[in-house]
Write a new protein. Structure first.
Length: 235
């Protein structure tokens, strides 16, 4: 493909953002082990950088993924890996399934503020015994009336200590491991959620990473993304 003038304009915007809003502060953020993620994301949203491929009705730009690629390339100019990682979790891991398969109500409640830089998203999939082997997760979400009751824990969760919601993968049945998983949006302030101390990492130091525990966390079943049992495919 050939990049258009619109691609190059987006490239210049992102490059300037990295040079003025990220790189001057990264040494401090790396030393502190965190960065002001809500402030940074709000600035990115004001430039249209958090919803490039997302629906216009939720505040996104509705562009194709080639534009997202340009932004990702320029974020590679950041003087660390942690901040681009945190951004990528928001734009390319925790929100794509929500944008594509989530109900209108769910998108209005969580995707719109994520694109606006008001909510930080985190994806809760990996577990101590199930990193790359997603099919092996043990976290469960069992129905109780109109709710799910979630129990389990997630490990190595980027953005977790500053997140407003999790895109969580859990077992919702006892069926085979590739068809028993569902994706559920879980508010980070829900009762029963707790965290480990921040993980002391060798790299990616400016992101907050921790283990997340879910102890009888109750969320409405309407927070299900797409159809029950399709979580592995969407993930």
């Amino acid at each position: 493909m050939k990049f258009t003038a619109e691609h190059e304009a987006l490239r210049r915007t992102t490059r300037q953002f990295v040079e003025t809003e990220l790189n001057p502060f990264i040494p401090t953020w790396e030393a502190e082990g965190r960065f002001p993620i809500h402030d940074v994301f709000k600035k990115m949203s004001d430039l249209g950088l958090l919803g490039i491929c997302k629906p216009e009705e939720n505040g996104g730009l509705g562009l194709d993924y080639s534009y997202n690629l340009v932004v990702a390339e320029e974020l590679g100019r950041a003087a660390c890996g942690g901040v681009p990682l945190a951004i990528g979790v928001q734009t390319d891991m925790a929100t794509p399934a929500l944008a594509r398969f989530g109900s209108k109500e769910l998108r209005d409640e969580f995707l719109t503020p994520a694109i606006a830089g008001e909510y930080v998203a985190s994806i809760a999939v990996s577990e101590v015994h199930a990193g790359s082997d997603v099919a092996a997760i043990k976290t469960t979400a069992k129905k109780d009336g109109d709710d799910y009751i979630i129990n389990g824990s997630k490990m190595w969760i980027t953005n977790s200590l500053q997140a407003d919601f999790f895109c969580l993968l859990a077992n919702t049945s006892d069926d085979k491991p590739h068809v028993n998983k569902s994706m559920i949006i879980v508010p980070a302030k829900a009762a029963g959620i707790s965290f480990s101390e921040p993980l002391n990492k060798l790299g990616m130091r400016s992101t907050t990473t921790a283990q997340v525990y879910f102890d009888n966390v109750r969320v409405p079943q309407r927070n299900l993304v797409g159809a029950e049992g399709m979580g592995f495919m969407m993930q």
